[in-house]
Write a protein that binds this ligand. Sequence first.
Ligand code: ADP
Ligand code: MG
Length: 309
Amino acid sequence: MKKILIAFGGNALLRNGDDSTFDSQLRRATEAFERIAGIILDNNVIITHGNGPQVGNILLQNETSQKVTKPMPLHACGAMSQGLIGEILAEAYDSVKLKHGLMKEASVILTRTVVDKDDPAFINPSKPIGPYYDRETADHLMETRKWQMKEEPNKGYRRIVPSPVPMDIVERSAIFNCLNDGFMPICTGGGGIPVVKSQRGYMGVDAVIDKDLASSLLARILEVDRFVILTDVNGVYRNYGNPNQELISKISAKDLEKELESGMFPKGSMGPKVMAALDFARSTGKQAVIGSLDDAGKVIEGETGTLIQ
Ligand code: ADP
Ligand code: MG
């Protein structure tokens, strides 16, 4: 029995063409658990997940209902998305348990991720979030809410927030004990709620943390045997999107690092996954895999996808 951390990508809840209703997301999540049920049966599994579209919708609800209820800060919206996705994943998991003979219970853990208040990302926010606004509304928001906004050609203005490096997981012991007691933790959703150390404890900050980097950190803290990133492509490609694209099936951390440094992987998508896998493989000497959710069983066994060691 191995300890395996599985990070679900956006496609575990929503796919192109899906509406974002609760029921659609529940259906996708159920499909995702169907694919990894065998792995959960034979191993100790920790699930983490993204929250991009869900927190985007919560932010939109926040902004459009301002006249009725007070908007909540971004970190609180992150917390709401963890609760929402936690419910969807727990309900989906429960619905496949009986069929697959799974006795293990899922436990959703609201997770806070510690970031450094002096992280350079706070001086240079770069991550766009939430809806697009026209110039006038953007000016108003910059003045009244002190938001930083950036124009995207032909689309309008969008809020940009810092994406600092995850340093620690506040609920690390809770997750560890939950796993050791035989539960399947569902945690660190959306990379965790970003917090900084304060005099009395921790304080939420308006930022977003990359879910793959936070998952990698948790995988190292929990000393898992394998770190798995499930997404919507078959693995990491060289020259992705070009006629000469080529799937990397097995690569050493050292060689992958060279490819990353050459600028092969874009910052917004495959870059952080590669970095997350590299951080894990380098510091533990164990394997990380990146592959498609649709082939989850084979990816986790290292039979397909990109294996980094
Ligand atoms: P997730 O939502 O699963 O966390 P992302 O959508 O952020 O994942 O990233 C996955 C996407 O990265 C793929 O759908 C693909 O379009 C894109 N991508 C960019 N570069 C590469 C690459 N070199 N190899 C594979 N996929 C890549
Ligand atoms: Mg995605």
